[in-house]
Design a protein around this ligand. Structure first.
Ligand code: DNO
Length: 349
């Protein structure tokens, strides 16, 4: 596996220098942030990021994300044009050494939480989704914003989008994903890039919007649309694991065996009885998933893709982007490194 770390570019309070000091760090996961979805990524911006990473002994070979324009997901009139730009962006990334591109197909909102700073008894804070709080959130009535969301929509635009998605429904979204994959995957294949779709987070419909990358049956359906390692998963343990119906270690074993995981996001969640969840430290004993079994499923199946510690808590007084502080993600990386070393060595004994 190749260990990686997400970096939000020059606006990120965490320096590449610090990232390079995390044991076993190999790749930087980032994106060009100065363009809107649907626009071409300037070559100079990709080249600059590549150089900044190299100057710090790191490799910029994973993109997270090239966002998919809502009009692609909705199958609007200019969909062909937008998919064409998407393909050109894949080609441009490949020119600068990118091997894996993460994206998602979630309507309007990316990952959703109801609170970003829930304090634990030890004083650390983390992201949570409480079912009670979710019931009271209504994007049709109030202007809610989360750090993972495209903040550029006005309230009226959000209303219009929610309406448009309710008209196409789940099957409409599937058809639009199919069209997208059938054009994008051959381009990715040609330039040696693996496309890695991120599961919906949480893995069920929210605000009445369709969500389709949620469970084993749907992931099978998505992978079958184009049967190629270029059409792969960014298997996010926390996203899939926040649905009690998903057995994450089985999913990891199955898709890694099929060579359809390009990228692993490893994080822990603690499931609550009412369907909500709390993010917590990476350790197995802190949450609902057995991290040892997840890593073992990867080493047993010869996984050689990218791994990144995903969301951490805010600890040691750190202030920063919720879920994306340095300290707890670095602890997560160290823990994941240890699990990999133990599993790999045990195999050889
Ligand atoms: C959340 C992230 C997601 C992910 C996108 C991929 O922390 O894992 O925002 O980057 O869904 O497109």
């Amino acid at each position: 596996m190749k260990m990686s770390f997400r970096w939000y570019g020059e606006d990120d309070p965490i320096s590449l220098r610090y990232i390079s000091q995390i044991p076993n760090m190999h790749s930087v996961v980032s994106a060009v942030y100065d363009v809107k979805p649907g626009e071409l990524w300037p070559r100079e911006s990709i080249a600059k990021m590549k150089k900044q990473c190299e100057d710090n002994g790191l490799v910029f070979d994973v993109v997270e994300s090239i966002p998919v324009h809502e009009n692609i997901k909705l199958g609007a009139d200019n969909v062909d044009e937008l998919i064409d730009v998407y393909c050109q962006n894949i080609e441009r990334c490949a020119e600068y050494g990118i091997k894996c591109i993460t994206y998602n197909f979630m309507p309007v909102f990316d990952w959703t939480r109801t609170q970003l700073d829930k304090e634990a008894p030890d004083g650390s804070t983390s992201l949570v989704l409480y079912a009670e709080q979710l019931k009271n959130l209504d994007p049709l009535k109030e202007d809610i914003k989360l750090p993972g969301w495209d903040a550029s929509y006005t309230q009226d635009e959000v209303r219009g989008l929610i309406q448009a998605y309710s008209e196409i429904g789940e099957e409409g979204l599937w058809q639009n994903l199919e069209k997208f994959l059938k054009k994008v995957i051959p381009t990715a294949e040609k330039c040696g890039v693996r496309m890695a779709i991120h599961p919906d987070d949480p893995p069920y419909s929210i605000f009445g919007l369709p969500r389709i990358i949620t469970n084993e049956k749907n992931i099978d359906r998505m992978l079958a649309i184009v049967d190629s390692p270029a059409n792969s998963l960014c298997l996010c343990t926390g996203s899939l694991g926040s649905g009690a119906f998903n057995n994450v270690e089985n999913l990891v074993r199955k898709y890694s065996e099929m060579d359809r995981i390009a990228f692993m996001h490893i994080r822990q969640v603690k499931l609550l009885e009412d369907g909500g969840f709390e993010e917590c430290g990476h350790l197995s004993k802190n949450g609902s998933m057995d991290m040892y079994k997840i890593v073992k499923a990867l080493t047993d199946t010869g996984f050689d893709g990218y791994v990144r510690p995903d969301h951490g808590r805010m600890i040691w007084g750190e202030k920063g982007r919720p879920g994306y502080g340095l300290y707890d993600r670095a602890l997560g990386a160290a823990y994941i490194n240890g699990l990999f070393e133990a599993c790999e060595k045990a195999e050889k004994e």
